[in-house]
Design a protein around this ligand. Structure first.
Ligand code: ADP
Length: 179
């Protein structure tokens, strides 16, 4: 059976323009795209899964208004392949930026193939201008007060500014350190 449903999993902490670029390409290839926001138990995420799902929903609905009926956003806690089976998806979409992504992505694809031989992983590359872009750098720049406007959807930029403001409030001052 040929699957026309693809699943794009990730932490999306937060979603960036690079992620949106990959989603746009996947929408050109598959009839249905499910963006799966991982709970990331093993990662200390800046945003909760609920916040990340809401951010991804807002970003994709604004970026791809014509694809609303072909695009779903779901949070998942279980093993990726189990969540895919639940949604009848047979293709994993992953983004590849540079050689540095290769080893991890290759191992992940191999593990998923060993667990579920009927599920294929496809790798897409984003536009050159996003090759350097990662959620991690976006978080670090934003929390240090840098301008990340060109790297993330505007709703995410606002959420990051809010986080940065809150972190500022709780950051110890030099007088705290001496008291
Ligand atoms: P994970 O924790 O699963 O790596 P991420 O949210 O960091 O989740 O990334 C999800 C997927 O999107 C990964 O395949 C990653 O390589 C890809 N990706 C992230 N940023 C970019 C980008 N700027 N260009 C292309 N692919 C990207």
């Amino acid at each position: 059976m040929i699957s026309r449903v693809a699943f794009y999993p990730g932490s999306f902490d937060p979603i960036t323009c690079g992620h949106l670029d990959i989603a746009e390409r996947a929408l050109r290839l598959f009839e249905q795209l499910i963006v799966g926001v991982a709970s990331s138990h093993n990662k200390n995420t800046l945003f909760s899964q609920q916040e990340r799902v809401a951010q991804v929903e807002c970003a994709v609905s604004r970026a791809f208004p014509d694809a609303a009926s072909r695009l779903n956003v779901v949070g998942f806690e279980s093993l990726l392949i189990e969540s895919m089976r639940e949604h009848e998806a047979r293709v994993i979409v992953r983004g590849m930026r540079a050689v540095s992504d290769f080893e991890f992505e290759f191992q992940l694809a191999g593990m998923n193939r060993a667990l579920a031989p009927d599920i294929e992983t496809v790798f897409l590359t984003a536009s050159d201008k996003y090759h350097f872009l990662s959620s991690r750098f976006v978080r670090e720049i934003a929390l240090m007060g840098g301008d990340i406007a060109g790297f993330v959807p505007s709703s995410v930029a606002s959420a990051l500014k809010e986080k940065a403001k809150n972190q500022e409030k709780f950051r110890p001052t030099s007088s705290d350190a001496t008291s």
